[in-house]
Design a protein around this ligand. Structure first.
Ligand code: NAP
Length: 313
């Protein structure tokens, strides 16, 4: 393996030959050790900014920005997530109002609660924790959220805004991923981005946000033929699958940016981290990468909603 002597753009490196001439190395010859994307630091910056804006809002409006949370059923992970979100509200200077419904709640009961929160002028943002129990029609519940309070970006209106590049709230994890790319100076324009996963809350919207920033986007999913081949062409890889280490390190193009949104038992992501870090230019760890930015975006968007509703900016 030749010594790396110079970096030429993102994907090309050069070595000095015996003849003293510079030659470009092929992708296979390059061994890069990635810089690690610090999601906790990026989230802290978003939260500090949010805290300042929340305090300014409180001074002008006479009350704190308020996030209402709705938790249906007994799923322990959902309880943990909602607790984390309400605790974080407190530390950043937001009010949170928690609402709980039983495991046997009907769609009508959940929709009625959400519709009431949508009318409540003291509530700025609404978060309905999902998944909900099987008997509840999640889509009907989400659509009861007024788009101006949809700080989790789950309504059809928010989805359309992301697709059209219009003003609206982003889904929080995709929004957090865009913050990570921006914080590390990754401009998606003209880059080949491959998104593995196409869920409505994560895979699809992150692809739309990348497209809005002029990336050339390919979606992969469980029926994709030749996943390794498609991933190996990506300048930016975003994984949103939920299968431990599905994406092998040797599929990653040298110099690529790897964003792993997957979270699997044992603190393992969707990407084979150590091997991928040998080839990538930038990579998110799991945990400490994408995860922390999700709550930060939720709170920032709650303050956005409060400011818009009260014409405070
Ligand atoms: P999901 O709704 O289950 O979607 C998973 C996606 O992965 C689907 O589109 C599925 O394809 C695709 N997939 C499954 N097996 C595949 C395979 N072998 N090859 C290629 N694609 C495959 O999951 P999600 O809600 O989007 O969540 C995905 C992951 O992100 C999970 O680990 C979750 O815990 C994590 N997550 C993290 C955060 C955060 O804040 N960091 C937030 C949300 C979710 P089909 O569409 O063909 O079935």
């Amino acid at each position: 393996m030749p010594t790396r002597l110079a970096q030429v753009g993102h994907h090309q490196e050069a070595k000095r030959e015996a003849s003293n001439a510079w030659v470009l190395l092929s992708t296979e010859e390059i061994s890069v050790s990635a810089d690690v994307i610090d999601g906790i630091a990026v989230a802290s910056r978003i939260l500090s900014d949010t805290a300042v804006r929340a305090a300014q809002f409180a001074e002008i409006a006479g009350r704190k920005p308020c996030l209402a949370t709705v938790l249906v059923g007994d799923d322990p992970a959902s309880h943990t997530y909602v607790r984390m979100k309400t605790n974080r509200c407190r530390t950043v200077g937001l009010e949170s109002k928690s609402h709980r419904l039983s495991q046997t709640a009907t769609t009508t009961e959940v929709v009625t609660l959400v519709a009431r929160l949508a009318r409540d002028i003291t509530v700025d943002g609404i978060l309905v924790q999902h998944p909900m129990p099987n008997q509840v029609d999640e889509r009907q519940v989400f659509e009861a959220i007024t788009p101006t309070k949809d700080v989790d970006g789950v309504t059809g209106a928010s989805f359309a805004a992301m697709a059209l590049g219009d003003k609206g709230f982003a889904s929080c994890t995709p929004g957090g991923i865009m913050h990570l790319l921006d914080a590390y100076g990754v401009d998606p324009s003209g880059q080949r981005a491959v998104v593995v996963g196409r869920s409505p809350i994560l895979g699809k919207p992150v692809g739309m946000l990348l497209l809005a920033r002029d990336a050339t986007v390919t979606y992969c999913h469980s029926k994709t033929a030749d996943l390794p081949g498609v991933v190996s062409e990506a300048d930016i890889v975003v994984t949103a699958v939920g299968r431990p280490e599905l994406i092998k390190g040797n599929w990653i193009k040298a110099g690529a940016v790897v964003i792993d949104a997957g979270y699997n038992p044992g603190n393992v992501g969707d990407v084979e981290y150590s091997a991928a870090a040998q080839r990538a230019r930038l990579i998110t760890p799991v945990p400490g990468g994408v995860g922390p930015t999700t709550i930060a975006v939720l709170l920032a968007q709650t303050v956005d909603a409060a400011e818009s509703a009260h014409s405070v900016a």
